[in-house]
Each structure stands twice: as structure tokens, then as C-alpha cells.
Write a protein that binds this ligand. Structure first.
Ligand SMILES: Cc1ncc(COP(=O)(O)O)c(C=O)c1O
Length: 478
């Protein structure tokens, strides 16, 4: 074996492919397929090399062959402002590193996290005035849960230890957060989840018998929530958690009145309402916490991803005054902490992110262009493979179907379409989007929030080309 060196060994495209295959374990990936170490099935689409991205510029990323791709997924819903603000972030981070590279928020604090908490509270809706920092979304979800339990301990309700979440929803996969996640395949083999969670229906109206009657659909969904609470024991439920627009299943928007209904049900039973805005927050819906458009103030909001536009990792739980008051009980210690939660570098970056959002009108851009993007996405409904178009803000999905009756693709067809054909076609077309079947078969986009109308049109035109070819590939008449 070669002597280890501190100088990077892998520089060329081929060397990076080799070194990745030999050393880098990929997240949520079939390693054998990604690294080409398993023989492809006889009928499989051509297998691409691992996509290695080494540069970004505006809304574009460039791979190690020099090919440009439109990042129509904002690097997994994170790169809200794209890739051209590095120097500004470097200056802010550099200044922080030169002043105080690190201190915790355990019993002490530092100006950057204090300023960030204040800036976030000023922008959060209602009385979400308190912030607990984390390094990402799963930590935010688990922190939310422990804050909820500590709150209930402080108000003399220690028996509230159950939760309600929704089917197919993704709230993270660390073992605590995995309890809330409602994607069945992610849980098998990892033991009984530590938190007792009942999963109720999500709000996907497509194919639902009541889907065309929004009021009836909403009433039925809320009744199911009530029934689930009654079955769990209303005095034992601590938290109801839901995404404002659910990602898994493909940008599932709620019917009008759903969130107000959730708020009422939670208030009636003393349950904490939590919006998981890890994806929806920080501009994706054209507002700060991804929930303001529902005109409902949750008791807590979990965030991550866009909080720094991913220039560095970060996350946060927003906590209402009422819940925080419980934590201020003189006898209570908040028995939860994360060494790097609210790291000064993260705080400096998140403050810079807020400054850029406000200076460059990022939220305004999303709000102004949402109708344009919606119309463009809905124009795809003329393609035979597109059964439904749904979404909000800069967060949209098309559901892919087999025929005019909206028949679902079977497992073998989904493997071919979503794991073979579409990733390859998108790679060729120079676009990053997400083909997914947690729930139904969807192709999803979440463009950088700095995208202009011309770029959004280019994204949708590229989807049209790719989806037309996909329809032909799957034998649908064009
Ligand atoms: C809604 C939601 N919650 C929680 C998480 C977990 O976040 P992380 O991957 O940062 O742990 C995710 C990740 O995508 C998410 O989409």
C-alpha cells in the first residue's frame, strides 16, 4: 500500500472516480450501482459514472468532465441562493474565525449565535421567539422532540410521550427522527422506533375519491387526525409533526383549511403543533419559515438546509414563548445539547445568508415568479406520462403515470424509469432534478431561489424533452 500523504492524491476525473470507489461511502445510494461494481441487468439503461461536481456558479454546477448542469434541485433543497456568494461568505466566516473560531452554547454563548437567534426570532411569525441550534435537520427534529418532552415535564404532563406524523413523510433517519419518518422501507431492520408515532394520511389529493372536493377531502383528513389522537389517548400525545408541503411523495400541498384545522385540534387536546420546515423554510415557499402562508403559528418549527443556503451546515428549532416559558421553570434543566449546535461559523454564515436574502430580494423573487413557474409546470400536463402537477413556491413535482387512466407503474417499470432512464437522460440533458418513488413515481424540482423567469423556462423545457423521451421509452403514445 502506498504511503499515506497529506497532499491530495486524486485530482484528475479518473483518479477521483477511483478514489471515490475505493474510499467514499455514499449516502442513500446503492454503492454497487453507483460505483459500477455490479454487472448491470441485461435490459438496464446505460449506467453513468458517479457524478462528481467540483464547481458551482449561480444556479449551475460543473462536473469533473467540465460539463455544466442546471442545479434544479438546489443540491437537495439547500443551495437557496446558488453558488456565487462564496467570497462574501468567506469574508464573514473569516472574520468570525479570526475573532472566535469556536465556543459552545452549553451554559455559555457567543455574540454570533445570540445575534443570529435574535435575527431569526425577528423574522419568525407569531411568538416563535426562541431558537435552539443544531447541525442539520435530523438533529432539529430530535431536539424538537426532547424540548417537547421537557416542556411537558415542566407543566406536569410527563405521560405525553406519543406523536402523530404522516404517511410517506421524511423527517430524517437518525434513530429518533426515523420514528417520525413514514417511509416504510427506511425502518425495516433497525428495530422498534424509540418514539411511539401514529402515521395518518398525507394530503395527496391526486387519485383520492374526495380529491376534487377540497372541503370534503380536508374534513376527512382532519377526522383521521382526530381519530388517531383518540386511539393513542389524547392525554398521551405530545406532538403532531407535518411538513407545510410534504416532500416525499412529490410536493404534496395541503387542502385549504388543513393547517388551521390541525391548529384547532392540537389546541383542543393540548398537543404541540410542529411544522417541519427543513425543506420548506428559508424561501422555498417565498417566506422565512415555510408556514406563514397558512396563517397559522405552530408551537415549534424545525429547520436546516437553507438556513445557511448550505455554505456551511446548520439547523435550528424555533420555539414559541409558551413552550420556552416551560423551559424557564427554575427547577428544570434542558437535558439536551449538541456540541457544535450554533457554531460561530454557522452563525456568521446564517447571518450573512439573511443579509443576502434581504439585500437581493430572494423571498420577493420567489413570490413574484411562483405563478410563472406554476404555469410552466402545468403546461407539462399535455405529456401522456404526466398525470399530475403539484407544488408551491419554488418546489414542484410531476407525477408519472402509465396511461390516461393514471395507472401506476409497477416496481420493475419504476426501477427502469426512475433509477435507469430518467437519471441518465437528465445527466445527458445537463439538469439535476429528483426522480423518486417514496409514495408514487415523481420527478421533482426545487430550483435555486435566485432563478429568473428565463432559467425557470429552461428548466421546464428540459423536463419536457426528458419526459417526452421517457414516455416513448415506456411505450406511451406521444
Ligand atoms: C422535512 C425534513 N426533515 C428532516 C430532514 C433531515 O435532515 P438532515 O438530512 O439534515 O438530517 C430532512 C432531510 O431531507 C427533511 O426533508
Amino acid at each position: 500500500m502506498a504511503t499515506p500523504s497529506t497532499t491530495p492524491q486524486a485530482t484528475s476525473h479518473d483518479e477521483l472516480q477511483r478514489a471515490a470507489r475505493e474510499h467514499l461511502l455514499l449516502h442513500f445510494t446503492k454503492q454497487a450501482a453507483a460505483y459500477g461494481t455490479a454487472p448491470p441487468a441485461a435490459d438496464a439503461a446505460p449506467r453513468d459514472e458517479l457524478l462528481v461536481l467540483d464547481r458551482g456558479e449561480g444556479p449551475y454546477v460543473f462536473d469533473t468532465t467540465g460539463k455544466r448542469h442546471i442545479d434544479a434541485l438546489s443540491s437537495l433543497y439547500c443551495s437557496q441562493i446558488g453558488y456565487s456568494y462564496g467570497e462574501e461568505f468567506s469574508a464573514a466566516i473569516g472574520q468570525q474565525l479570526a475573532t472566535l473560531p469556536f465556543n459552545t452554547n452549553w451554559n455559555t454563548a457567543h455574540p454570533a449565535s445570540i445575534r443570529l437567534a435574535e435575527a431569526l426570532a425577528q423574522r419568525a411569525p407569531g411568538d416563535l421567539d426562541h431558537v435552539f441550534f443544531t447541525n442539520g435537520g435530523s438533529e432539529a427534529v430530535e431536539s424538537m422532540w426532547k424540548i417537547a418532552l421537557e416542556y411537558f415535564r415542566s407543566v406536569g404532563q410527563p405521560d405525553r410521550r406519543k406523536a402523530i406524523a404522516r404517511k410517506d413523510a421524511y423527517h430524517g433517519v437518525t434513530l429518533g427522527a426515523l420514528s417520525f419518518t413514514g417511509v416504510p422501507g427506511y425502518k425495516d431492520g433497525f428495530g422498534t422506533p424509540p418514539i411511539d408515532v401514529t402515521h395518518v394520511a398525507n394530503t395527496n389529493a391526486f387519485r383520492d375519491p374526495d380529491g376534487d372536493d377540497e372541503a370534503a377531502f380536508c374534513a376527512r383528513l382532519l377526522q383521521e387526525v382526530r381519530d388517531a389522537i383518540a386511539a393513542a389517548g389524547a392525554d398521551e400525545v405530545a406532538v403532531l409533526i407535518a411538513e407545510p408541503v410534504q416532500n416525499a411523495g412529490g410536493c404534496i400541498v395541503p387542502p385549504t383549511g388543513y393547517w388551521k384545522g390541525l391548529r384547532e385540534i392540537c389546541d383542543e387536546h393540548g398537543i404541540l403543533l410542529v411544522a417541519d420546515a427543513v425543506i420548506c423554510g428559508f424561501g422555498r415557499m417565498g417566506n422565512w419559515l415555510g408556514i406563514e402562508h397558512e396563517d397559522v403559528v405552530p408551537d415549534m418549527v424545525t429547520t436546516a438546509k437553507g438556513i445557511t443556503s448550505a455554505y456551511v451546515p446548520g439547523g435550528a428549532v424555533f420555539v414559541s414563548d409558551r413552550i420556552a416559558q416551560g423551559l424557564f421553570d427554575p427547577s428544570l434543566v434542558l437535558r439536551h445539547g449538541i456540541t457544535f449546535g450554533g457554531h460561530p461559523v454557522m452563525a456568521a454564515a446564517a447571518l450573512k445568508n439573511i443579509e443576502i436574502f434581504e439585500r437581493d430580494g430572494v423571498l420577493e423573487n420567489v413570490r413574484a415568479l411562483e405563478p410563472h413557474l406554476q404555469a410552466a409546470m402545468e403546461s407539462l400536463l399535455d405529456l401522456p406520462i404526466v398525470g399530475d402537477v403539484r407544488g408551491k413556491g419554488f418546489f414542484w413535482a410531476v407525477e408519472l403515470v402509465k396511461d390516461a387512466e393514471n395507472t401506476r407503474f409497477d416496481q420493475a417499470e419504476r426501477d427502469d424509469l426512475l433509477r435507469g432512464f430518467l437519471p441518465h437522460a437528465m445527466r445527458e440533458a445537463g439538469i439535476v432534478a429528483r426522480a423518486d418513488d417514496r409514495g408514487d413515481s415523481v420527478l421533482q424540482i426545487a430550483p435555486p431561489l435566485i432563478s429568473d423567469a428565463a432559467l425557470l423556462d429552461e428548466i421546464v423545457a428540459t423536463l419536457r424533452t426528458v419526459l417526452s423521451a421517457a414516455g416513448e421509452h415506456m411505450g406511451l403514445a406521444s
